[in-house]
Design a protein around this ligand. Structure first.
Ligand SMILES: Nc1ncnc2c1ncn2[C@@H]1O[C@H](COP(=O)(O)OP(=O)(O)OP(=O)(O)O)[C@@H](O)[C@H]1O
Length: 716
């Protein structure tokens, strides 16, 4: 049945900035005494970025004002043969010319993914939406972005046991099958072709899909359609293909009949920044909010804020994509706060005062961060409160302000659903929701969260404003990958960190590991090597996670070894380097992890460390500008030092890391396919931790992983 999800949904692709290669200062930095340190070989240049806004030409400006799409036909190609930062190089030009939505096919996929879950818009982004007002003279142009496809649940270590992973995999294979069914090739067509053509994609389930996913998930799909739908038109036919085609058309602004949505894109300029020239006081924001904004140190809007605020303040639905670290949180919080201000004050005696704004974030860290930002913005609104509902030890709702029954609730999906189902009066409070925000929307609508989100959306009124925000990869990050045998990974990690620390007195490094237990073991090892490390992962109590997260946010000279709990949205300022050790769970997770650096237009570095048999992952990110770096040599002394440090790491932590490692790679479709090979690799990993024999694993766990009787494994 056709559905309309967000009748006023707008897809805004704000003119995102990226400082490009021609603007970089590419002088190699003065180095310490070492001849050619490994790190320097990987990142031969110190890059500086100019955050200068550029002027759009009048034609572009006009296009923006009209909300016209100007789609790039030039796909972005990484400068494979060129060095990363060759001044004025072709690579730079190509990067420079990369449109905001560079690969429209990806945009189409992304939109289709959302739309498959019944997103529907029937309103055109019109002139009176006055976004353009703020663009006049704003002096910057739209930028390219890598769009997102489907994601799996990020907190991989929360569920590293094989059974849950297996389950997620089948869910994932379902979504991927759907993606592969995409019949639209948006980028390959002109606008007129698109208008006339088939923009939708096939979503009928194949037999394989049905086998994979089963009837229950199919019900889930239609369930979410119904729940998300605002209106159901009687005379629409019930053919999946045509419904989804229509939805896609309207989402990308090509459905004339329904007055669909436009995507505002213009050609990029030479130098732009993530800041716009528009000030917050140019928007119709209350004086007290403006005071709060000022105290927070914000004067001008970021590009994404400039693009979305005027529309949101008019009460429209918005779907916005912007690069990581460009101020999306404020973009959705400010208009939400304004809605609360305009609502009748909460009666103190009311038993179940309504929640007016519901913000859903995929991780606890992100939720806490959004609530903190909200309380900052609410400084001069003492009668408005923020509460947080997140998973963890406590069922308590953390109150971020003096108000007990706050009007703004920030939550993670699972715990929120628990409250809806089990806390008396909670569902009644949710009936007051006027604004629903999905932060990291594409992720939240992925299958991993689907059931929770269905429940939540069923619990809030259909008449509401809906804000969907999603992230794209920043381009200020120099990205490299290293491919080296597993037994070199720990020494290499040490070498890379040691040199980065030596070269950057204000270093702030994130080391991403595959699972919680691997994270713990790596943190132990680096601690033994006398590096200043902290660890964060889902096996740590929430209070500890919050404390460490706060410490890392404020610190310089610290390395945070982390699982994917820190992958998305967490705003750690000035992260100088992100190292990813081992296979990221997927392309999006890789991008999000990387997005923890290069924030707010600053420079950042990223290294992905893979074993040769993990190299296949690179094909999923081949459109990103990631160069292969030479493997630094590890001298025998360093090797010995690492071995010694490994011998001091607690045995039980190494055993747990081995088991977790096995579980993680077992759940990977590619690596886990050949169980014999998998076990060989796991035992190689075990040796890399300095263990002579692979640790024994409980029979039950082996059974769950489907690894009983595989030679090379020891059971207990
Ligand atoms: N108008 C502004 N001026 C200056 N700084 C701002 C402004 N708005 C937000 N910031 C700051 O920018 C940083 C990044 O913001 P935020 O975390 O919201 O980015 P994001 O786009 O949500 O990133 P991610 O996609 O990783 O979640 C924060 O430190 C925030 O305080």
């Amino acid at each position: 049945m056709p559905i309309k999800l967000f009748p006023n949904l707008r897809l805004l692709n704000p003119p995102l900035s990226a400082t490009r290669f021609p603007s970089m200062n590419l002088k190699p930095s003065v180095n310490s005494s070492r001849a050619i340190p490994a790190f320097r070989r990987i990142f031969p240049f110190k890059l500086k970025y100019l955050g200068l806004p550029t002027r759009v030409n009048s034609q572009q400006q006009q296009q923006q004002q009209l909300g016209l799409r100007k789609l790039s036909t030039r796909p972005f190609r990484p400068a494979a043969s060129s060095e990363f930062g060759r001044r004025g190089s072709r690579a730079g030009e190509i990067r420079g010319s990369k449109n905001l939505i560079d690969d429209e096919a990806e945009l189409s996929d992304w939109v289709s993914d959302l739309r498959t879950d019944s997103f529907h818009s029937n309103k055109r982004f019109s002139k009176d939406d006055d976004v353009s007002d703020f663009r006049k003279g704003s002096g910057r142009e739209n930028r390219g972005s890598y769009s997102m496809k489907r994601r799996r649940k990020s907190d991989s270590d929360d569920s590293y046991d094989s059974s849950r992973r297996g389950n997620r995999n089948s869910v994932n294979s379902f979504s991927r099958n759907n993606i592969s069914n995409n019949t639209s090739r948006f980028s390959r067509r002109s606008n007129s072709e698109l208008e006339a053509g088939n923009v939708g994609r096939k979503t009928r389930f194949s037999n394989d899909d049905e086998n994979d996913v089963g009837e229950e998930r199919r019900r889930g799909m239609s369930g979410i359609r119904d729940l998300l739908s605002e209106e159901v038109s009687d005379n629409d036919d019930d053919d999946d293909d045509s419904v989804l085609r229509n939805n896609a058309r309207s989402l990308i602004g090509l459905d004339k009949e329904n007055g669909g949505m436009s995507v505002a894109i213009s050609s990029p300029g030479k130098h732009d920044s993530f800041m716009s020239e528009s000030r917050f006081d140019q928007c119709s924001i209350s004086a007290l909010s403006l005071k709060g904004i000022k105290d927070a140190g914000y004067e001008k809007m970021t590009i994404v804020q400039e693009a979305t605020l005027p529309v949101l303040l008019k009460g429209k639905d918005v779907l916005a994509k912007a690069k990581t670290g460009t101020g999306k949180t404020v973009a959705f919080l400010l208009p939400s706060i304004e809605v609360v201000i305009k609502s009748p004050p909460v009666d103190r005696d009311q038993k179940r005062p309504p929640i007016l704004v519901l913000v859903i974030c995929p991780t606890r860290e992100l939720a806490t961060q959004a609530a903190t930002e909200a309380s900052t913005l609410l400084k001069y609104h003492p009668s408005i409160g923020v509460q947080v509902v997140i998973g963890g030890d406590s069922w308590a709702m953390f109150v971020f302000s003096r108000i007990q029954n706050s009007q703004i609730l920030v939550a993670t999906p699972g715990r929120l659903r628990d409250h809806i189902e089990n806390t008396a009066g909670f569902a009644t409070r949710l009936m007051g929701v006027k604004v629903l925000v999905l932060d990291e929307a594409d992720h939240l609508l992925d299958m991993g969260f689907r059931k929770d989100i269905e429940k939540i959306i069923a619990a809030v009124p259909k008449q509401r404003q809906t804000l969907l925000f999603s992230a794209t990869v920043p381009e200020e990050v120099r990205q490299m990958h290293l491919v080296a045998p597993l037994d070199l990974h720990f020494p290499l990690l040490y070498v890379l960190l040691r040199e980065h620390v030596a070269d950057n007195p204000e270093y702030k490094v994130l080391v991403f590991c595959t699972t919680a237990m691997v994270t713990r073991m790596v943190a132990d090892l680096l601690g033994e090597l006398k590096l200043n490390v902290r660890e964060i992962h889902s096996r740590k109590p929430q209070s500890y996670r919050t404390r460490v997260s706060d410490e890392f946010r404020k610190s310089k000279g610290l390395i945070l070894v982390t699982s994917d709990v820190s992958a998305r949205g967490v705003d750690y300022p000035d992260v100088t380097l992100v190292i990813q050790v081992g296979l990221p769970s997927d392309r999006e997770q890789y991008i999000h992890r990387l997005g923890r650096t290069g924030r707010k237009g600053k420079e950042g570095q990223g290294i992905l460390l893979l074993a040769p048999w993990e190299e296949f992952f690179l094909s999923t990110i081949k459109d990103l500008p990631i160069l292969k770096a030479p493997v630094p040599s590890v001298d025998p002394d360093t090797k010995k030092k690492v071995e010694r440090a490994l011998s001091h790491v607690e045995m039980k932590n190494k055993e747990a890391a081995y088991q977790a490692w096995l579980g993680y790679y077992n759940s990977n479709k590619k690596v886990g396919r050949d169980k014999y090979k998998l076990v060989e690799l796991a035992n190689e990993y075990s040796r890399s931790m300095g263990l002579d024999n692979p640790p024994a694993i409980p029979k039950l766990v082996l059974g769950k992983m489907g690894l009983r009787n595989i030679p090379g494994l020891r059971s207990k």
